[in-house]
Structure formats: C-alpha cells, structure tokens
Design a protein around this ligand. Structure first.
Ligand code: GTP
Ligand code: MG
Ligand code: ZN
Length: 299
C-alpha cells in the first residue's frame, strides 16, 4: 500500500520529536523515519531543524517525517533553517547592548544572505543612542526602537514580521519573549527577571520554536546566547560582509585589501575621518584575527 507524501514545516525539534505544521494550520507531533536520506556534504546526517521543510507520511493517523527538503539557508545559533529575516534584539540597558555580538550575528546573516534588522528594546528605561542607530543603518540594518512596557515601536515590529519566517536572536534577558507577547498576546511566552537570570545563569526560553503570527507569517522565539564562532568563514570573505566598507574598498590601492595595515587603504582612512564607525572597524580587526587563527589551525 502506498501513501501520499504530505508537505509540512518543522516548528520545533526536541529529543527526536518534531512538531510539524501542515498547510499553515494543522499541527502534528511526529517522529522521524529510521531510514531518512542523509544530507549535507559527504552524505552526513544533519539534525532536522525548526524551519525545515519536510515530507510526511501518515499511517493510521500517525505522521512520520520521511524526507527533509533542501535548505535555502541555515543559522547555527539559534539553530534554524529557511528564514527570511533575522531580528537581532538588544536592550538599550539592563543588560546594556553587546556590540560584539551584534557584529558577529551580522557577519553570519550576511554570509548566509539573510536580511537582518536590529531591534533596540526597553526604550522606556533609556533613550537609544542615535550614534548607534546610525552605525547600524550604515551597516545595512533596518533599526527599530521598541518597548514592551509602553508599546512604542511594536506595530512597526509586527509590520516587518508580517508574512515572513523570522527569528528573534540576542542575549538572554534582553526581552525577546516579552516583545513577542506584545506583538501577539496569544503567545503567552514565559519571561524572566534579568537579575535572577544573571545570578542563576538561567535562560527562560529553552528551545527554538516557530510561532504563528495572527497577521500572517511565522516568528521564532529562541534561547539567549552570547558566544558565536566563525567556523566556516575565510579571511577573504570577512571584509565583503561589511556593507559600509564597500565604497571605500573600491579605492584601496590593492585589490583584495584586508583593510589592516596595507598602504593606501581607503577603508582605514574612512575610519580615521569618522566616516566608518571606529568600534565596528576594531571589532572587524579582532574578527579577522580570529578567522586567521581558525584558518591556520585548519591546515
Ligand atoms: N522595562 C522593560 N523591561 C522589559 C522590556 N521587555 C522585557 N523586559 C523585562 O526584561 C526581562 C527579560 O525579558 P524576557 O522576555 O524574558 O527576555 P528574553 O530575551 O526572552 O530572555 P531568554 O528567554 O532568557 O533568552 C523580564 O523581566 C521582562 O519583563 C521592556 O521593553 N521594558
Ligand atoms: Mg525568552
Ligand atoms: Zn583597504
């Protein structure tokens, strides 16, 4: 007896159980077929991620994941596939913004060609820094300012999430889950005090999970993180992931300039003339060193 394959999207993948949505409406808890086709380079069996498009078979009302379809893109942290938009969330204070983490996430999302926005939240506690907003606009991000307490910017956030598959990413305690509750009160995501989190190192959200937006689209809440490595990046690629380097880089004396200490480097000049944010540039130099060390260790 043959069964027809039913297409679905994985919403959550925990401990060998998969929550899969069919036709944007029916949700099933599924297991995976024992002989799933291996994917990835060298035929490795990669884990199934939230966002994966899958084919299911139904036997006696039980759905089983039979096949994972090719991915358009994938993020390692948070682990998710096939996303249209990554929203980096940072609090203006409590905790204060982690600029290095913003830049690390941006390097990853640009490498994966995923559109990225920056959401500065908790603006009820402190006004956002205009300089920081300008810096990240220059870095190719749409910048939103929000507060889950007084509702500022929430409708703007809801608008950019509409009809897309998005993820909120950022450190623990910045207010990702509470933002989602503001966008859709029906979500009822659990939130936790920052001071308690810091004391216990406790993350309130523990799993990546795609949630259906009432206005259309899907958004993933995810556990906070602060460490993100550049495992798959080469030195050549890194400078190309900084939009604000693009124009000046055309005038650097050497093609393939890494904008470190090469003579005639116009990117460096732009930093000295305050046309490129110095903080972004120095973190770039630090990342370049890290990628260089990774490359040396690889060979
Ligand atoms: N003043 C103020 N507090 C906020 C705002 N948003 C969230 N908070 C508080 O910040 C704390 C952390 O919020 P969460 O939504 O749990 O943070 P999270 O980013 O989901 O944290 P993890 O799930 O651990 O990654 C809670 O006490 C929230 O009530 C805001 O806009 N303004
Ligand atoms: Mg959370
Ligand atoms: Zn240069």
């Amino acid at each position: 007896m043959t069964h027809q394959a039913v297409p679905g999207v994985v919403l959550r993948a925990v401990g060998g159980f998969y929550r899969v949505c069919i036709d944007d409406q029916e949700i099933h808890e599924c297991k995976i077929a024992g002989r799933l086709k291996p994917r990835g380079a060298g035929g490795r069996r990669e884990p199934v991620l939230p966002g994966d498009k899958v084919l299911l078979h139904e036997v006696d009302g039980v759905y089983v994941v039979k096949e994972v379809l090719p991915r358009v893109n994938q993020l390692v942290r948070p682990a998710i596939a096939n996303i249209d938009l990554c929203v980096i969330v940072q609090a203006v204070t409590n905790p204060s913004p982690n600029l290095e983490l913003i830049d690390r996430i941006l390097v990853h999302t640009r490498h994966m060609k995923i559109a990225t926005a920056l959401c500065l939240t908790k603006t009820d506690l402190l006004d956002p820094d205009p300089q920081m907003i300008e810096t990240y606009q220059q870095a190719g991000c749409r910048v939103l300012t929000t507060s889950a307490v007084n509702g500022a910017g929430i409708s703007e956030l809801a608008t950019i999430l509409k009809d897309k598959v998005s993820i909120l990413s950022g450190p623990s305690g910045v207010g990702k889950s509470r933002l989602l509750n503001s966008v859709s009160p029906g979500f009822q995501r659990e939130t936790g005090e920052v001071s308690r989190k810091l004391k216990r190192g406790r993350h309130t959200t523990r799993q990546v999970e795609l949630l259906q937006l009432p206005q259309g689209g899907w958004v993933a809440d995810s556990p906070g993180f602060s460490v993100l490595e550049f495992a798959q990046l080469t030195m050549r690629e890194l400078p190309l992931l900084y939009p604000e380097f693009e124009d000046p880089a055309l005038q650097c004396r050497f093609a393939g300039c890494m904008h470190r200490s090469e003579p005639g480097c116009v990117v460096r000049e732009a930093v000295e003339m305050n046309q490129i944010d110095a903080g972004r540039y120095y973190r770039y130099l630090q990342f370049l060193k890290e990628v260089e060390e990774n490359e040396l260790n690889r060979y």
